[in-house]
Write a protein that binds this ligand. Structure first.
Ligand code: PLP
Length: 382
């Protein structure tokens, strides 16, 4: 084991920013009121939730009444897809389109809808991991209730043409949902110029707390609620509001927006340094469209090496990254994203995801690259 640790798995999660923790702190013990209670302690809780909602709305170009706080990206994805499809069924629409590379949270919702009698079809991607607008156009039908295409993929970082897709889906009279969980840390989103009906965010991808997400739901769009009970959040999402996490979401999203440009520049430099550092290695290929992707995520296919073996060997030397999406990291199945791009099982199983963050240093990246080269060479000799 080594004492040096280089964390390169920011697409899985990011560390909580200490300034954000500081802002959350008062709402655990001192100002603990239930935000829906009518007394002063409750009203104080609601006041900060309202401020957080206003802030998130402003950053997204949305109205505060369009912002719903959830338990994370998984809940937001499930709610948008299931709730949107159920609402469509009321109008006799039972067809749903999801891209083949969606996060497992969205794919789960698709499988559930299929079992419940919906017809769910998957939009293919090209070999660079991009959904083609023409494919969406081809698959759209008059009875399409909902289309879901993520804004940036969590395994490859490839950006999807969601702006154009949103236009054609709107023209078809269907709902359009985008999972913007991976996009949001790196690209400003403005729903005023983006005709999306629903959009999901998750705070732990931009140095906020885990277990807190947002669903943006455009005014006038009717979807069914998933979590009922109390009358919280305009009766659409029951459950006592997680005040500290909501405060943390808002603070982290704000801070992220302030530093976005610098972070992106820094991360792009680190990515370049890593690629240069491993350039002596033969048989290493980038999976996905290099020109149309988030600099933070680098998916590499390393010929002749099994990704789990590489991951464990690198972990022992203190360098942490992923073999695929974090939620599927313990699975032996090859990545559905890479398979959708046309990679064979073997190629998918020799691919790793390295994702950089704002706290990584050039020194860390030099160490990670050097260790990567040595480890791949050692594994190839075995
Ligand atoms: N969608 C994408 C694209 C993700 O990368 C993730 C997290 O890995 C999620 C949804 C789920 O978000 P959460 O971890 O907040 O449930």
């Amino acid at each position: 084991m080594t004492e040096k640790t280089v964390y390169l798995d920011h697409a899985a999660t990011t560390p909580l920013d200490k300034e954000v923790l500081w802002e959350m702190h008062p709402y655990f013990c001192d100002c603990f009121g239930n935000a829906d209670s009518v007394h002063a302690a409750g009203r104080r809780g609601m006041r900060v939730v309202d401020m957080a909602r206003d802030n998130v709305a402003q950053l997204l170009g949305a109205k505060p009444s369009e912002i719903y706080f959830t338990s994370g990206g998984t809940e937001s994805d499930n709610w948008a897809i299931l709730g949107g499809a159920y609402a469509g069924r009321e109008q006799g629409k039972k067809h749903v389109l999801l891209s083949a590379i969606e996060h497992h949270a969205a794919l789960y919702a698709g499988e559930r809808l299929q079992k419940e009698g919906f017809e769910v079809e998957y939009i293919p991607v090209d070999c660079l991991g991009r959904v083609r607008v023409e494919e969406v156009q081809k698959l759209l039908r008059p009875d399409t209730a909902l289309v879901g295409v993520m804004a940036a993929n969590n395994e490859t970082g490839v950006l999807q043409p969601v702006q154009e897709i949103a236009q054609i889906v709107k023209a078809n009279g269907s709902l359009f949902f985008t999972d913007a969980v991976q996009l949001a840390p790196y690209v400003p989103i403005d729903v005023k110029s983006f005709p999306v009906n629903m959009l999901s965010l998750s705070s732990h991808k931009f140095y906020g707390p885990k277990g807190c997400g947002v669903l943006y739901l455009r005014s006038g769009v009717k979807i069914e609620k998933l979590i009922g009970g109390g009358d919280q959040q305009r009766g659409l999402r029951g459950g006592t509001l997680n005040v500290p996490a909501i405060v943390g979401f808002s603070a982290a999203y704000y801070k992220n927006a302030q530093g976005m440009y610098e972070t992106n520049e820094h991360i792009a430099r680190l990515r370049q340094a890593f690629l240069e550092g491993i350039s002596a290695l033969e048989g290493v290929y980038i999976n996905g469209d290099e020109k149309e992707s988030l600099p933070a995520i680098l998916n590499l296919r390393v010929e002749g090496v099994e990704n789990t073996a590489l991951l464990y060997a690198m972990d022992l030397k203190g360098v942490q990254f992923a073999a695929g999406a974090a939620c599927a990291a313990s699975s032996v199945k090859p990545s559905h994203v890479l398979k959708a791009m046309g990679l064979t099982d073997e190629e998918a199983k020799s691919s790793v995801r390295i994702s950089f963050g704002k706290q990584n240093t050039e020194e860390e990246i030099a160490y990670a690259a050097k260790t990567f080269v040595q480890t791949v060479r050692d594994l190839r000799l075995k």
